[in-house]
Design a protein around this ligand. Structure first.
Ligand code: HEM
Length: 271
């Protein structure tokens, strides 16, 4: 984190979009190389894994988009507020309903790291909305970059023929991800920040990547345990026992409890 701070401080006059890419370069490599992402890229994702991943993405985007909506008029948010083009909550709800049925809300299961991530989003939404840009950048530009490849892998691996179950990866209001990313970067660069505020945004971006990595690692641990417990290697169909760890129980979530409750299941995170 120290190098992040000094980079940020020393390059204060450069565009925020360039700086943010630079300071998150190493953590991006680490995120790409988490076991979960490596497996995903190899097409080694099962339906139960994908469903659990969707649950975490749902909670993350629910918090992120709630806070962006609440702060849409804030000068640090307004330039990068693109709900029409980017909002992921509704597509995620459709995907979850597709896989879990109408009662899907009762079946959302997330590990502790996902809860920590959402708590951080809520906290900065309340106390420092300037930092939301770091999280919006990390998620949305990621979704429009490597995430597009992961979407194709998901579709192919799951044998899904159209957008059903993979709405998360699809951005119908973005005709060219490349051009949209350019627009997004220019909007980021238009945000007025003091040197101190800019440094904090850059630190927060590194933290956003770290939070994602922690989610992947937690999901990976769940996978290892539940696969061991299920005895079927986590492959094939959805779990026959519903995943019923509710949000209120998440705080007490332990891997042991998970192993006992879940017959099969694991999530992988894609961006
Ligand atoms: C399978 C794992 C991943 C792959 C293969 C991947 C690949 C890529 C690629 C090819 C780009 C485009 C780089 C460019 O246009 O210069 C990119 C950009 C990006 N990725 Fe990833 N990525 C992965 C995971 C992640 C994760 C987990 C996150 C964050 C949660 C993330 C966040 C980003 C962001 C924010 C950008 C935009 C960088 C910028 O232009 O400033 N990526 N990724």
């Amino acid at each position: 984190m120290d190098s992040t701070k000094s980079n940020a401080t020393n390059s204060g006059r450069r565009d925020l979009s360039e700086q943010i890419k630079e300071v998150t370069k190493d953590t991006h490599v680490r995120a790409e190389n988490t076991q979960l992402m490596l497996n995903y890229q190899k097409g080694q994702i099962t339906l139960p894994q994908y469903k659990l991943l969707l649950c975490s993405l749902y909670e993350i985007y629910r918090a992120l988009e709630d806070e962006l909506d609440k702060n849409s008029g804030h000068p640090g948010v307004e330039p990068i507020y693109f709900p029409q083009e980017l909002a992921r909550l509704e597509p995620l709800e459709r995907d979850l309903e597709y896989f879990f049925g109408p009662q899907w809300r009762k079946r959302v299961t997330v590990p502790a790291a996902t809860l920590r991530y959402t708590e951080r989003l809520r906290e900065i939404g309340r106390s420092n909305p300037n930092l939301l840009v770091a999280h919006a950048y990390t998620r949305y530009l990621g979704d429009l970059s490597g995430g597009q490849v992961l979407g194709k892998i998901t579709q192919k691996t799951m044998g899904l023929s159209n957008t059903e179950g993979v709405a998360f990866f699809s951005f119908p209001a973005v005709t060219s991800p490349h051009r949209f990313k350019q627009l997004y970067r220019s909007r980021m660069n238009s945000i007025e920040l003091t040197e101190e505020e800019r440094r904090r945004v850059l630190d927060e971006a590194v933290r956003a990547f770290e939070l994602n990595i922690e989610v992947f690692d937690d999901l990976q641990k769940m996978l290892s345990i539940t696969e061991g417990a299920s005895g079927d290697g986590g492959k094939g169909k959805a779990p026959t026992t519903p995943l019923t760890i509710t949000r209120s129980a998440v705080a007490q979530f332990t891997l042991g409890v998970c192993a006992a409750l879940v017959t099969v299941g694991m999530g992988v995170y894609a961006h």
